[in-house]
Design a protein around this ligand. Structure first.
Ligand code: VGL
Ligand code: ZN
Length: 194
């Protein structure tokens, strides 16, 4: 039997797109590509996860409270909403992360669904073995999610045509991609799976 696959769309939210509070350069450019991945996974009846960075007003993640980031993705605000052109299907499983006021969390493996089930648990219940990961930002949430996935024993495909990075330091995203590949992620694009 073929490996059971799932698609993980990381944090494609308004605040990470141009015009947002923590804009990733060209963050919105991946949306049409993601919509094609969504179509393929929907057609094959495979699970689709969509995570959101979901912060309280006060958190040590923000500059004002000792962290490194400007205020972004506050729960239930427009900045935390998905990019309006992203066609999230109604069967998608929504995951939330970054709710802890005391610490940073970048990996979707620290996220949970509305019932409080964590991502790992849901994947185990489904029998998912292979993750196709895309979204924002390459050098933060995508990277930590990919590395955690590999550590937890999943096969991981990094969808290089559907990621964009913050690049606080120039080259961060390139470095992140190299590290993910070195740890076992396979670079994949739409062309190779259609
Ligand atoms: C992220 C920086 C701060 C991300 C979240 O989703 O990659 N980056 N919070
Ligand atoms: Zn954040």
């Amino acid at each position: 039997m073929k490996l059971k696959k799932a698609l993980l769309i990381v944090d494609v939210q308004n605040d990470f797109c141009p015009g947002g509070a923590l804009a990733v350069p060209q963050g919105d450019k991946i949306v049409p590509v993601l919509n094609k991945y969504i179509k393929i996974f929907s057609r094959n009846k495979l699970p689709i996860f969509a995570s959101r960075d979901w912060h309280p007003v006060r958190t040590a993640h923000f500059k004002d409270f000792g962290g490194v980031w400007p205020v972004h993705c506050i729960q239930n605000t427009n900045g935390a909403a998905f990019h309006p052109k992203l066609k999230i299907p109604k069967q998608a499983i929504f995951l939330y992360k970054g709710m802890d006021p005391e610490k940073d969390s970048y990996s979707v493996f620290q996220a949970e669904d509305l019932r409080g089930l964590n991502f790992f648990k849901i994947l185990k219940l489904q029998g998912t073995k292979e993750l196709y990961i895309a979204g924002l930002a390459t050098d933060y949430c995508v990277k930590f999610s990919v590395l955690d996935g590999l550590k937890q024993g999943f096969k991981v495909r990094l969808l290089t045509d559907a990621i964009k990075g913050v690049d606080l330091k120039p080259g961060d995203s390139e470095k992140a991609i190299k590290e993910m590949v070195k740890r076992g992620a396979k670079k994949t694009t739409l062309k190779s799976i259609k």
